[in-house]
Each structure stands twice: as C-alpha cells, then as structure tokens.
Design a protein around this ligand. Structure first.
Ligand code: KG4
Ligand code: ZN
Length: 365
C-alpha cells in the first residue's frame, strides 16, 4: 500500500466515524459481504468466515483448555503461546472450509477486549497485518458485544430493544441493548463471574476444568431443592454476587465431612446451579418488565447451561416475553459472533485505522 492510498484510507476509515457515503466492496451487497472474524481473548483461538449477517461459512475453534486443565484455570502465558501457534492454522482452516481465499474477504473483525492482554495482542496483530495487506477495513470488536451478537446468527427476528444476560467465565452483566451499539449496563457481578463460580465450585467437587459443563451434567441427576444455598443480593438492584454462595458450598462440604456424612455430588451441583440461575432469571425478568422491553436474550458460555435455559424459557413464557439464546457452539467463545458484530458495524459505516490495540479492560458502556 503506498503512502497516499494509506492516507486516504485512513482518513476515510477514521475510528468510530459514521458516514453515508462509504465505499462498498466491488460487486458486494450487504448479504454478500464476507467478514473474517478473529477471536483470541481467552483460551480459544478462533477464526470464522461470515457471509452476510448470519451465513457462517466456517467457525474454527482451537482450544488450549487441555493445557490449563492441570492448573484448574487459564494460565495467561500458556494461553498466549498457544494462540501464537494456532492463529495462522485456524485462519487457514477457516478459508479451506469456506472454500475462499484471503483476497475474497471484505473486512477483518477482531476482538480487541476485554480479555487477557497477552492473548488479545495475538489476534489483534494478525488482524492488523491482514487488513493492511488486503487493504480492507479493520473492525475492532468488544468481546461482550460480540456475545450479544451471537443471537443475530440464528434468530432473524432478534432485534433491539432487548434486555439480557452476558454470563461467561470472565463476566456477568445484565444489559439493556437499546439499539445497535447503544448499551446500558443495568447490573454486574460484585465479585466472581457466573462461569468463574461454576469453575471454582467444580474444583471443590473435583470435577475438573471447565466446571460449568460438568456441573450442568452432574446436576441432571440431582435434586435442586436438596440443599438451600443462599440467593445473594436477590432483592438489591440488578447486581449479582457469587462469593457468598461459593463459601456456602465450601462450608456445606466441610460440615458433611466433619459429621462423616456422605456428599451426594449430584444434589450439591443441582442445588448450587439452582441458586445461581434463580437470581439471574428473576433479575432479568424484572428488568425487562421495568423497562417495558419484550425481548430477552442470554449469551456467553454460561448461557449454554440447561437449567438457565429451562427456567428462563418458563419465566419468559409466563410473562409474555420473547426469549433468544444461541446454540451452545455460539455461547462459548467463537469468532462467528465477532464477525457478526463486525458485519453490523461495517454496515453502520464504522471503521478503524491501524492504530487499534488490545484493550484488556474494555467496557461495554
Ligand atoms: O464465554 P466463554 O466461553 O468465555 C469467556 O468469555 O469467559 O465462557 C466460558 C465459561 C466457563 O466458565 C464455563 O465453565 C462456562 O462458561 N460454561 C458453563 C456451561 N458451559 C460453559 N457454565 C454453566 N453451564 C454450562 N453448561
Ligand atoms: Zn466470552
């Protein structure tokens, strides 16, 4: 790219500017737009190719979870090194699956934050290099926003305004999506994220990492009313808290051991899960009612929890609310949701220049 071309591109594609007269890629309508999504915010190296807003041509996920398992959680340096090794092969595999080349791409969308800085920089560097060589727009994406956009991949009728949960290993937020790109964070966790609580409790129970799926599975055979674990900050605003619940599980396990009583893992899992889900569902429904919003969504890794889906579905039906949640493959980290968020930003005319960088503490609003 010569200097003049670069300068004109950069002036046209200023960060966060919107204009009505943006150049469209040759022969490409919005439905044909091809976006390469890149996601490396935690321990999954992901590359996806999206045609239009919801035609996922490839969704490659290379997880380094096996490398972290023995430590009981993600080790940032290990995750970062794994991203370096997996990034190029993941992009190559996505292109192979989509039967396309890099030169077919119209834009590159990449997660810039929040997340682990050493992980984010790998994806950001790859995206910047590609966008520069291919001379296509670079679209910086907020990981939390991408989790919401996972709902657009499968639900043509999903649209703001909507109220929903973003519940993952790193975050627990109750959000009001007023319009594309316009969010109001209604509540957040005061301590651990929901997924983190699942992972920690799974560790106490010897169920391994990641703990969410293991607890979900184990809970299927248990009684959710067996142990009455506390519902933290149930009636205090829209914030969440999980540390008291975590301690209650530890106390319960210790007492059972001291008294020589058997611990029925299935019951502990089902009762713990119910305590987490109960609070989240009730706060979400209350927020939708108070804001008079009729669409509800759930996103993030914990959104694949079967009890959360079941109770949220029942409560939404009871309260005449429309509920959307992604398939499990789009709940946990993936680049299809990043590409989807990129698609909507692209058509809104939002562009970035090559000065973008990883933003580990990026907020949604
Ligand atoms: O969204 P995600 O892949 O990564 C982050 O952005 O953090 O979420 C991962 C989290 C982990 O904590 C994992 O235990 C949890 O999602 N998770 C679940 C389930 N599947 C994944 N938690 C509860 N039930 C599940 N079925
Ligand atoms: Zn995530």
């Amino acid at each position: 790219m010569n200097g003049d071309v670069a300068a004109s591109l950069l002036s046209e594609f200023d960060l966060e500017t919107e204009t009505e007269t943006l150049p469209q890629p040759a022969g490409s309508s919005q439905d044909e737009l091809l976006v390469l999504g890149i996601e490396t915010s935690c321990d999954e190296t992901c590359a996806s190719i999206l045609r239009g807003k919801d035609n996922v041509l490839a969704n490659v996920i290379s997880s380094s979870a096996d490398l972290h398992r023995r430590y009981g959680g993600v080790v940032p340096e290990v995750a970062s090194r794994a991203h370096v090794q997996a990034m190029n092969p993941a992009i190559a595999e996505a292109l192979r699956l989509a039967d396309l080349t890099l030169w077919d791409m119209n834009a590159i969308a990449v997660t810039v934050g929040p997340g682990l800085v050493g992980s984010l920089v790998v994806g950001v560097a790859a995206a910047k290099a590609l966008a520069s060589v291919l001379e296509v727009p670079l679209l910086p994406i907020n990981h939390l926003e991408a989790h919401i956009y996972a709902n657009f991949l499968e639900h043509p009728d999903f649209a703001p305004p909507a109220v929903g949960l973003i519940v993952s290993g790193g975050h627990s937020l109750l959000v009001h999506m007023q319009a594309h790109g316009l969010y109001d964070v209604l509540g957040e966790t005061l301590d651990d994220a929901a997924g983190e609580a699942f992972d920690k409790v799974a560790r106490y129970l010897g169920l391994g990492y990641p703990g969410g799926p293991a607890i979900d599975q184990m809970a299927l055979g248990g009684n959710k009313r067996a142990i009455n674990f506390p519902r933290a900050v149930m009636h205090r605003g829209y914030d969440f808290s999980f540390s008291g619940l975590k301690t209650a599980v530890q106390d319960y396990l210790r007492k059972q051991e001291e008294q020589g009583k058997e611990v029925k893992l299935e019951d502990v899992c089902a009762s713990f899960q119910e305590a987490v889900v109960d609070v989240q569902v009730h706060k979400t429904i209350k927020a939708a009612q108070e804001l008079m919003v009729s669409t509800v969504f759930v996103s993030g890794g914990v959104a694949s929890n079967s009890r959360l889906r079941e109770l949220m579905s029942a409560m939404c039906a009871e309260n005449d609310l429309r509920l959307h949640y992604p398939s499990p493959e789009y709940c946990t980290d993936n680049a299809a949701m990043v590409a989807c968020c990129g698609h909507f930003r692209y058509i809104r005319g939002i562009r970035a220049d090559s000065s973008i960088s990883a933003e580990p503490n990026l907020h949604l609003a």
